[in-house]
Design a binder for this molecule. Sequence first.
Ligand SMILES: Nc1ncnc2c1ncn2[C@@H]1O[C@H](COP(=O)(O)OP(=O)(O)OP(=O)(O)O)[C@@H](O)[C@H]1O
Ligand SMILES: [Mg+2]
Length: 366
Amino acid sequence: MSAAIQINDVTKRYGALTVLENIDLEIAPGEFVVFLGPSGCGKSTLLRMIAGLEAVDSGTISLGGDRIDTLPPGKRGVAMVFQSYALYPHMTVSQNMGFGLQNIGVAPRDIDRRVKAAAETLEIAHLLDRKPAKLSGGQRQRVAIGRAIVKEPQAFLFDEPLSNLDAALRGRTRLELAQLHQRLGATMIFVTHDQVEAMTLADRIVILNERRIEQMGAPMEIYQRPATKFVAQFVGTPAMSFLPVSGIEDGARGVTLDVAGAGRVETGVHLPATFARENASLGIRAEDAKVLTPGEDGVPLRVKVVERLGDRAFIYGTLSDGTDFVVEDAGRSTVAAGQEVRIGFDPDALHIFDSAGRAYHHTEGA
Ligand SMILES: Nc1ncnc2c1ncn2[C@@H]1O[C@H](COP(=O)(O)OP(=O)(O)OP(=O)(O)O)[C@@H](O)[C@H]1O
Ligand SMILES: [Mg+2]
């Protein structure tokens, strides 16, 4: 089967500003793809070009094998759900959901059938006669999603649809959206700068940065094997700690690094002969380091702040050279600010970056 959505060499400019450059992306039928990236990196622009709300400057976009970038939005077979889901206040839920279909001349009894089916799917059938003012934020958002479902699109495009909801509702709606995707089996693209949404919803995450796709892959692949330093620091909370590397030596299990704030660090990472050794850095996630018991030999960390989350604690401190470092500890951690603790690292979970930001990781079986 051909790709559901194919983006081919697409470039977008606003005047002198190039927002996206030579973007190539294929999305499989039924795939849930999340566009993730910092504010202003072009996530919404890419989505709006698929929807037809922005023109491409060059390149093509196809849906189900047919080119759509030349078609008007209503003829593309996609439906978009926005962050601000303006509903018509004077219309009922049912009228809000059916309005778009009425506009394109769908027969009233078909509208009725589709609205009812969508309302069942979204569990808002009991709200069909209400006006938006009498709905909660989460219910309104579901009406907005219902408006997209009734169009029976080939693909759904979501632009940060959960950002206006409070944290608890956001979590619930996220789960509902994942279930909706399973039920409908539809192709979905979801834009967010919330990495929890990206990690939990996506079959595949596309990381956008500086006009291009920085990396795409399954959520855990992106998390465990970030392709670049940018991805490594962008994905994961708290952010990965980075330590400057002053020397690299080959060893049996992988390279051994000289690190100003941590001494000699053994890793399970093999570097290619072409690796540029100047200005390399070592990246360590908080959960890949641990606080050692007193008396154990490890790297000294001067503790500045302890963040207690209940089930675990994050210990923020500085290494002997002043480099910031975060380590995860148990929820019942007794570590306190002002203390000096010793920490150790899991050699196979370390990441090494060259001066250009390219990442190298432990390879299974290497
Ligand atoms: N209509 C426009 N005219 C000129 N510049 C624009 C226009 N729309 C967006 N831009 C610029 O294009 C870039 C990408 O914008 P876009 O809205 O796609 O970012 P985003 O990744 O969705 O960001 P956010 O996470 O803040 O929503 C930004 O630099 C923005 O200022
Ligand atoms: Mg946006």
